[in-house]
Design a protein around this ligand. Structure first.
Ligand code: UDP
Length: 326
């Protein structure tokens, strides 16, 4: 019998795409979300509980009501800049409230969790591509909350027998190929949606943050990974930690670096329209290059990212941008 999974943060960007994928794979999926940043319209399962992770009593009721077998946890605040100005909000939500989730799991004898981590746990890169052995020294509160959770889960493994997948994402991008789901952040801070909104006429221009980096065209290089490839990796990671009863810590990226300028050029090619570009100062805390060594994820999960061309990723994002459902 297929398992019953709790997807915390299943109304958010990556959580909703993963929920869709899990349902397609025949899993019974319960979505839990406080809808602070998530969207009701993005919840694709009938089993939805509007519960905040700080509400341990109701969290426990959800575990008992559905007899949850395992958890995939996306529910977190993710704005790096805001985490610097409002660290309290980040430590309470991303750490303390997640402890409620782990303890509710423990009390209900649920021991498997797939956790959204981030390449931001590595801090300033010492070499490229980044592999999982790279030291973890996050440089902002957001990255620190994710690193703390990785450490806490390690302790929960040693003491209580938890097994977890810490999935360290690079830059999540793109949208559901059916056009049912996509990225809808408020405020939007990410490069690809901002470029596409500018092309659409919702914004006057896109500012390139820094043109004097030590990269071939002077702009920052990132590793953009399609959200459906992330969704698939979450399912594979869940199945792996359950079947082997073993913890995994994996980078999720394509291994391909794309510069800000290349994103702008590719967006113009995909949409057939020009974008108005401004050249600005560097954004504080941005490393010049970040891309993943993804051999471990490929080997351990038998995972193959399908979207390896940036145009294909942008095309799905553009389709969403012009036909948005929420
Ligand atoms: N970026 C930019 N202009 C913007 C937003 C982002 O030049 O308006 C750059 C940013 O400096 C980084 C890349 O685009 O090099 C990706 O940024 P994003 O915020 O999408 O993701 P991050 O890498 O910060 O997680």
């Amino acid at each position: 019998m297929k398992k019953t999974l709790l997807v915390a943060g299943g109304a958010g960007y990556i959580g909703s795409h993963t929920t869709k994928h899990l349902l397609q794979q025949g899993y019974d999926v319960v979505v839990l979300d406080n809808l602070v940043y998530g969207h009701q319209e993005a919840v694709l399962t009938e089993k939805f509980e509007k519960v905040d992770l700080k509400d341990k009593e109701n969290l426990d009721k959800v575990f008992k009501k559905y007899n949850i077998d395992a958890v995939i946890h996306f529910a977190a605040y993710t704005y790096v800049g805001e985490s610097v100005t409002s660290p309290s909000k980040y430590y309470w939500n991303n750490v303390v409230n997640t402890l409620n989730l782990l303890d509710t799991m423990r009390e209900n004898d649920v021991k498997h969790i797939v956790f959204s981590s981030t390449c931001a746990t590595y801090g300033n890169p010492k070499y490229m591509p980044l592999d999982e052995k790279h030291s973890q020294q996050p440089i902002n509160p957001y990255g620190k909350t994710k690193f703390m959770m990785e450490q806490i889960m390690e302790d929960y493994e040693n003491a209580y027998g938890f097994k977890y997948a810490a999935l360290r994402y690079f830059n999540a991008a793109g949208a559901d190929k059916d056009g049912q789901l996509g990225e809808s952040h408020n405020p939007e801070t990410h490069l690809i949606p901002l470029v596409l909104k500018t092309i659409k006429g919702e914004r006057d221009n896109i500012t390139v943050f820094g043109t004097d980096y030590d990269t071939p065209d002077g702009t920052c290089i990132r590793d953009y990974i399609h959200v459906e490839d992330l969704a698939n990796a979450h399912r594979l990671a869940l199945e792996k930690i359950i079947s082997d009863n073993k913890t995994v810590k994996l980078n999720l990226g394509t291994g391909i670096g794309t510069s800000v300028k290349e994103i702008i050029d590719a967006s113009e090619r995909v949409t057939g329209k020009k974008v108005s570009v401004k050249y600005g100062e560097r954004r504080a805390g941005d490393p010049s290059q970040l891309f993943a060594a993804n051999d471990e994820a490929k080997r351990v999960l038998n995972w193959i990212p399908k979207y390896t061309k940036i145009e294909d990723i942008i095309e799905t994002a553009w389709n969403w941008e012009i036909n948005k459902k929420f």
